[in-house]
Design a protein around this ligand. Structure first.
Ligand code: 6PG
Length: 474
């Protein structure tokens, strides 16, 4: 076989599928894994294809045409460092490594610097879409130097999900910006998932709806403004029967959500840059609260409050109204979440001088990735209309949409609060919305307290300067 067009390191689910996708689009792939079994399986499964599997790292590297393009799809963190260290002796100046995992962008920047010092190029590329996305067309977020992108572009544009607005990949920016953008994508993903879970809980617990009825509602929502991959799979999940014959599978699943870190990093970054991300932050906390299941089960016996399951039953008309209110709440809360994520990206872009194009990011999230949604076309349009938009909610079309939905949103949050049903994230979004639009917040009192106990000073409304008061003096 002549020299291979690209190398793939790591033959787990993502690596395997991305390699098959590249081969199908006409690029020959050299593949290597640290373990022999995945290599054997991959070779067996790719007979007749332009794929060569290797167990020997040097032979793998030598088989790739120069300057080499090598994609890593291995576990984030230490494994990436070890893999790079193993590859390095065989690489030559100008070779380009692309880390396609969910890596913390600070690690990506460190590696790019270390490798640049020896003439090697390093890209951090977010890849979204899971197994099927990798195989059929993911959304990809590559960050690194622009010349390097030119060498990757012919492959990436072909293997990406294809949307009428173009392939779902773009040059994100320099440094760790590719992984940063993927991190925010995942923060938004956490928010979307929690908002959907809360909508499900309200309709099931307060609306008394069955899983089959709920699946019909989510199916219907997938044909209106809420159309999205996560809504689509929610309907499918709700219809799935338990293979052990114990009713609907969703009812048999333990209510404890795990996480790998990208949501947490989004919140850490937001705190670092002083950008409020209430929806995303509470979606991470909702996972933490769910995961502390043993404590929750104990507290459930001790902490008093209304039992949401005992909320008065709704008649058909009441159910219909509730469905419409939840639909409004879900959309409005989701808009707040995207506003927060985009805002964080805007500030990060200014801070790191990445020159991110928010409309372009919304464009490449329209297909292939987990947060793909019809609504992203509207976000793209908002940032295309006004590239200096400081908050998505200020775009006239989003402003109108939130205005028309807020009554329903408020009714859902209030009804849930009275019934003792937690809407941590839907409620936090509403708090974010109301805080963002309130002329005077109670921060005057907080400032006074800071000055009282720590002489931190305060500003006055009626004159310039910093003031301090001896609050205890009579
Ligand atoms: C994607 C997903 C993917 C993965 C996350 C899940 O865009 O394809 O985000 O990257 O599912 O790592 O993260 P948690 O395990 O933290 O939920």
């Amino acid at each position: 076989m002549s020299e291979m067009a690209i190398g793939m390191v790591g033959l787990g689910v993502m690596g395997r599928n991305l390699a098959l996708n590249m081969e199908e689009k006409g690029f020959s792939v050299a593949a290597w894994d640290a373990w022999p079994e995945p290599v054997d399986r991959f070779i067996a499964a790719s007979a007749g294809k332009q794929i060569a599997g290797f167990k020997d790292l040097e032979a793998f590297v030598k088989s790739i045409q120069r300057p080499r393009r090598i994609i890593l799809l291995v576990k984030a963190g230490e494994v990436v460092d070890k893999t790079i260290a193993a590859l390095r002796p065989f690489l030559e100046p100008g070779d380009l490594i692309v880390d396609g995992g969910n890596e913390y962008y600070v690690n990506t920047e460190r590696r790019a610097k270390e490798l640049a010092a020896v003439g090697l190029r390093f890209f951090g590329m977010g890849v979204s879409g899971g197994e099927l996305g990798a195989r059929n067309g993911p959304s990809m977020m590559p960050g690194g130097d622009r010349d390097g992108y030119k060498e990757l572009e012919p492959i990436l544009t072909k293997i990406a999900a294809q949307h009428p607005d173009g392939p779902c990949v773009t040059y994100i920016g320099p440094g760790g910006s590719g992984h940063y953008v993927k991190m925010i994508h995942n923060g938004i993903e956490y928010g979307d998932m929690q908002l959907i879970a809360e909508a499900y809980d309200v309709l099931k617990t307060l609306g008394g709806m069955s899983n089959a009825e709920l699946a019909d509602v989510f199916d219907a929502w997938n044909h209106v403004e809420l159309e999205s991959y996560l809504i689509e799979i929610t309907a499918k999940i709700l219809r799935k029967k338990d293979p052990d014959g114990k009713g609907d599978l969703v009812d048999m699943i333990v209510d404890a959500t795990a996480q790998k870190g990208t949501g947490k990093w989004t919140v850490q970054e937001a705190a670092e840059l002083g950008v409020p991300v209430s929806t995303i932050a509470t979606s991470v906390e909702a996972r933490e609260l769910s995961f502390a299941r043993t404590e929750r089960l104990a507290a459930a016996k001790l902490l008093p409050g209304p039992d949401p399951a005992k909320a008065p039953a709704l008649d058909a008309e009441g159910k219909k109204r509730l469905i419409e209110d939840v639909r409004a709440a879900l959309y409005a809360a989701k808009a707040c979440s995207y506003a927060q994520g985009m805002n964080l990206l805007r500030v990060a872009s200014e801070t790191h001088q990445w020159d991110l194009h928010l409309g372009e990011l919304a464009r490449i999230w329209q297909a292939g990735c987990i947060i793909r949604a019809k609504f992203l076309g509207r976000i793209k349009a908002a940032f295309d209309r006004d590239t200096t938009l400081t908050n998505l909610l200020l775009d006239p079309s989003f402003r109108d949409e939130l205005a028309s939905r807020q009554d329903g949103w408020r009714r859902v949050v209030a009804a849930a609060a009275m019934a003792g049903l937690p809407l941590l994230t839907t409620g936090a979004s509403l708090g974010y919305y109301d805080s963002s639009r309130r002329e005077r917040l109670p921060a005057n009192l907080t400032q006074a307290q800071r000055d009282f106990f720590g002489s931190h000073t305060y500003k006055r409304l009626d004159k310039e300067g910093d003031f301090h008061t001896e609050w205890s003096a009579t």
